[in-house]
Design a protein around this ligand. Structure first.
Ligand SMILES: [Zn+2]
Ligand SMILES: [Zn+2]
Length: 382
């Protein structure tokens, strides 16, 4: 994801829904578009992949009622050309207010508008003057099924993230009240300190402690800090062919950056649940198939299952030793280029633990019939 302004993206347009669409309509539109542009259905189609990403990003916001509300509010503010008391620059000649700085990190990280308010009002002026900082990397775990690991899957990950306090929406002021511009520094956060003589120094405004805003009635939930922790849910694409224990890096899906800094990355450690029958070796799937002695000795057509399709028949030639592996082409795991690995079928001769009378006689007759050189003679020196 790029650091494009959240505010400049029309997520409604991306999903092709009206501004007043219901959550159900949004979900429906998302599903339809996601299916149509799914990377698996159009392998190698870069444009579709970009569309899929944009769709996922739009749904990440609009699909979540809280985030959607924040997004709507933010767009309304920007559409009006104003942004609270800071519109057009900080009063008193401070650093001009640059919305692109604000939304770079937040938009990329999905933290959103509430985080921005938190930065503005929460810890305020001091932070506003600090330099851009990249958001932290986050690591999380996703457990997926064996078949999902072979085919690829989109998972929903719930992440705890620092965000604006929900009660005060990051302002630090009790719900229903707003912080006001500090009367002593007029919102600058600094004021001239007279030290006598020809020098004049600036010092941090003691009334607002540099925040530029004063809160008369602090929010009881966050004690006026404006900060809180919230869950966010993101959709992460686990590519086909992922292996157990593999770490997948999702750029820009970590913690939001500060003051225009890039968002951190999200690392997803994938746990793949084992399959009761199939195993995996690179792009190939493995399968152990029991056969009877007569099938091994006389040859047979053996029907075996495949992971993603219909069963196939493997021709076992007469005289096949136990442990021989047969290759079924194209029935393995999908590769990035759209081709598939193979299914490696290893036969294992099954020996019955007991024999009925008739079978015992037949085996004894067989033993007499094949009396020949000792099969273990090669183990001993001459
Ligand atoms: Zn609060
Ligand atoms: Zn002040």
């Amino acid at each position: 994801m790029t650091n494009t302004d959240w505010a400049n993206k029309d997520f409604y347009k991306v999903l092709g829904v009206a501004k007043d669409a219901s959550q159900a309509e949004i979900k429906k539109a998302y599903r339809k578009l996601a299916r149509a542009n799914h990377p698996d259905s159009k392998p190698g189609d870069k444009a579709a992949e970009e569309r899929f990403k944009a769709i996922a990003e739009a749904y990440d916001v609009l699909g979540d009622e809280t985030k959607r509300k924040q997004y709507d509010e933010m767009r309304t503010l920007f559409a009006g050309g104003g942004f609270g008391p800071f519109a057009g620059g900080r009063p008193g000649g401070g650093t001009p207010f640059d919305s692109s700085d604000l939304f770079g990190g937040a938009g990329a990280g999905g933290g959103g508008f509430a985080d921005v308010l938190g930065d503005l009002f929460g810890t305020g002026g001091r932070r506003a003057r600090s330099r851009a900082r990249r958001g932290a990397d986050i690591e999380t775990t996703a457990t997926i099924g064996f078949t999902e690991s072979v085919e690829g899957v989109t998972v929903s990950l719930r992440l705890a993230a620092e965000s604006a306090c929900q009660a005060c929406r990051g302002t630090g002021a009790k719900a229903g009240t707003m912080p006001r511009v500090c009367p002593d520094c007029e919102g600058v956060g600094m004021r001239a300190a007279s030290v006598g003589g020809a020098f004049q120094l600036n010092e941090t405004c003691p009334t607002c402690r540099g925040r530029g805003m004063v809160v008369d009635d602090p929010c009881p939930v966050c004690n006026g800090s404006g900060r809180g922790v919230s869950d966010r849910t993101i959709q992460a694409r686990i590519p086909a062919g992922v292996k157990d224990g593999q770490r997948i890096r999702l750029r820009g899906k970590g913690a939001p950056g500060e003051h225009g800094g890039q968002a951190g990355d999200l690392f997803v450690v994938v746990k793949v649940q084992p399959h009761p029958v199939f195993g995996r070796s690179g792009d190939n799937l493995t399968l152990t198939v029991p056969i009877t002695f007569d099938e091994a000795a006389l040859g047979a057509d053996v029907k075996v299952p495949t992971l993603l399709g219909a069963p196939v028949t493997v021709k076992i030639p007469a005289g096949t030793p136990s442990g021989r592996t047969f290759r079924v082409r194209g029935r393995g795991a999908p590769r990035k280029d759209g081709t598939k690995g193979d299914l490696l079928v290893t036969v294992e001769v099954h020996v019955p633990p007991t024999l009925n009378d008739e079978a015992r006689k037949a085996v004894e007759a067989y033993k007499a019939a094949v009396a020949g050189p000792d099969v273990r003679s090669g183990l001993f020196g001459s």
